[in-house]
Design a protein. Structure first.
Length: 405
């Protein structure tokens, strides 16, 4: 039996990704960054990020086959969308290099070397864009091609040079960008969210290199009289879409990840204070008024303030001798020093509430309550450990009984 030959075009057709998907992801990344870009417009790094995302969105919008046909029809010139799309891709490539030059040298670096590097990038890629339009004006390309122009005109004078020029400019930018990003991603001392964002960016630019390799292979095959057009028409578009999604995610992740981490940390701190908050509500007979529109930060601040305001009068009446004995008892029970201090403070606080001391206890030395007020989170967590508290109180009480009168 003769094995069935697989059609690469048919297989890759199942992997088609609409250009609207990366466009939506890139737009989301731009909208997330936009308030910061507007507020800190003088920051060259943020301007480079904004320019790159804006150009990437424009590339995917104008490189859609339907949009290519519309541009050709509006201009009345067959294939005029080709130099327009190539120019957008080239400008995006230059924006990548500008971003890396700025990012590598730091936000505040305005040295002559950095400025000279930026001018060289802008001059080189602006020159490439001018050359793309000149070559298109010199070429003869009367047949409109909205999907396979790169391979259809791969052997046409001047169009051949134009296609090769934009692909080489894009490849050089992706090579340099991906190399610098991967080196930076493996540097020590990076925030975890930034490291993962850089890895996503590195993956996106690595896919861009696959895109360039597929396009160049298809073009070179045409030069040799072979047909590998499926590499350009069927493989390159989904690779470009995946690349854009990874790049957008790389920009989104550090910002969104840190935002979600901060929100989770605030909500966790608010929840951890619940046992001590309820205890202070029972002592004072009051509570924090509920505000529907209050932010998580404001709710946490109000809860902390209420706890400290209620705890302050009690903290000044704590029996420091009992607290010291409770600390030693917690250590004897095998608790680490930090937890032992929290358990001892909780035992002393419960004792002050239960006995309703009206004067300093026999062991009180008038110590500053600042440390106790600063440790409200640890004390609240200790209040959740009813078994540990009871064991510490029992041991501290037994130690009291062993002291001669």
């Amino acid at each position: 039996m003769t094995p069935l030959a697989l059609d690469p075009s048919a297989v890759l057709g199942e992997l088609y990704i609409s250009f609207w998907v990366p466009t939506a992801v890139l737009t989301a990344a731009l909208l997330i960054k936009l308030p910061t870009i507007i507020r800190l417009w003088r920051d060259p790094l943020l301007r480079a990020v904004g320019g790159l995302l804006l150009l990437a969105c424009a590339v995917f919008v104008f490189c859609m086959p339907s949009m290519i046909a519309r541009v050709n029809r509006l201009a009345g010139v067959p294939n005029i969308a080709a130099p327009w799309c190539y120019s957008l891709i080239t400008a995006m490539s230059g924006s990548c290099l500008l971003l890396i030059v700025t990012w590598r040298n730091g936000r505040s670096d305005r040295s002559a070397v950095t400025r000279r590097a930026r001018r060289r990038v802008v001059s080189a890629y602006a020159g490439v864009i001018v050359a793309l339009w000149v070559l298109f004006l010199l070429a003869v390309a009367p047949v409109e091609r909205v999907r396979d122009l790169d391979t259809y005109y791969a052997r046409t004078p001047f169009m051949r040079e134009e296609i090769l020029l934009y692909l080489l400019a894009h490849t050089v930018a992706c090579l340099i960008t991906s190399r610098l990003i991967w080196n930076w991603a493996h540097a020590a001392g990076l925030d975890a969210w930034l490291r993962w964002g850089l890895r996503l960016l590195g993956g996106g630019y690595a896919l861009n290199l696959i895109y360039d390799a597929a396009k160049l292979t298809a073009v070179f095959a045409r030069w040799r009289g072979r047909d590998l057009d499926w590499l350009s028409t069927d493989l390159s578009p989904p690779v470009a879409s995946l690349s854009a999604i990874l790049v957008a995610a790389g920009f989104i992740l550090p910002h969104a990840g840190q935002f979600l981490h901060d929100r989770w940390r605030i909500r966790l701190a608010h929840r951890e204070l619940r046992p001590l908050y309820r205890l202070m509500c029972a002592v004072s007979g009051a509570s924090v008024p509920f505000a529907l529109r209050a932010t998580p930060e404001l709710r946490l601040t109000r809860r902390e303030t209420f706890i400290r305001d209620t705890l302050l009068p009690l903290a000044r009446r704590l029996d420091t001798d009992l607290r010291h004995r409770s600390y030693e008892a917690a250590l004897a029970l095998g608790h680490p020093p930090e937890r032992a201090r929290a358990l001892a403070a909780a035992v002393g606080l419960l004792d002050a509430i239960e006995t309703e001391h009206s004067a300093p206890g026999p062991g009180d030395n008038g110590s500053d309550p600042t440390g106790l007020l600063r440790e409200i989170g640890a004390i609240s967590r200790a209040l959740r450990r009813a078994g540990d508290l009871e064991a510490v109180r029992s041991r501290a009480g037994a130690a009291t009984e062993s002291i001669p009168s």
